[in-house]
Design a protein around this ligand. Structure first.
Ligand code: CA
Length: 235
């Protein structure tokens, strides 16, 4: 059965472009051009995922998300403007599983959709373990466990002390396993969009993580992708 994705985007050209790309990848697509229609469609259909622009006529994306997520298990990825950091925070608080900043590379959007469908269900079967793992904010890689509610990281049961930013960096990498994250993306997620400074702080945090984890336990967790960024690959 094909995954069915609802694309909510009032720029009709962009919506059609996304539709074509998603069709090409084998997804079934429905489109809505305003928030109210989107909400109606989302409530009367069973989509695998909703791609939701924030700036929409009638009802904005955040409002759609708030009204939806009370009863709705469908994962939502937000489309946000580059300067809308508050929207991103509010969106994630309101239950979006991810966001992507416009303008985006279609490959990145497709990668994020694949990850969201894998982590948050949809038509393809997701094991109960994976679902509950996600629901509880626990991320794993080999013997490493990042427990977000407890703000605790262990490797083979041995506790690793991380600073807040190292913790966030590790979480972001674990949440996006197999997706190469650029320094800019990591910087934005770890330090916030308003951070003014060098992107090489990302390299510094990666070095700290490697010292505390990779070197301590003799593993190679965080991979460098030359000229692009960093990734943690699935085992
Ligand atoms: Ca818009």
């Amino acid at each position: 059965m094909n995954e069915h994705i609802l694309v909510v985007e009032d720029e009709e050209k962009l919506a059609r472009f996304i539709e074509l790309e998603l069709n090409h990848e084998g997804y079934e697509v429905s489109k809505a051009f305003d928030g109210r229609t989107a909400l109606e469609m989302a409530e009367s259909n069973d989509y695998s995922l909703i791609l939701l622009d924030i700036m929409l006529p009638e009802l904005n994306g955040l409002e759609v998300l708030r009204r939806l997520s009370k009863s709705h298990p469908t994962p939502v990825i937000l489309l946000t403007a580059r300067d809308a950091v508050m929207d991103k925070v509010a969106g994630l608080d309101a239950g979006a599983v991810d966001y992507i900043t416009k303008p985006f590379a279609i490959e990145e959007l497709l990668a994020r959709i694949r990850v969201a469908l894998k982590l948050h269900g949809g038509a393809t079967a997701v094991s109960a373990a994976e679902t509950s793992e996600k629901a509880e904010g626990i991320y794993t890689w080999k013997d490493l466990v990042l427990d977000e509610p407890k703000h605790r990281v262990t490797y083979g049961g041995q506790e690793i002390n991380l600073t807040n930013r190292e913790f966030i960096m590790l979480k972001v990498l674990l949440m996006n396993k197999d997706i190469v994250l650029s320094r800019d993306t990591l910087l934005e997620k770890v330090c916030g969009y308003d951070y003014v400074g060098e992107t090489n702080v990302v390299d510094v945090y990666v070095r700290f993580l490697r010292t505390k984890i990779d070197e301590t336990f003799g593993i190679k967790m965080i991979q460098t992708v030359r000229g692009v960024g960093y990734v943690i690959k699935s085992e």
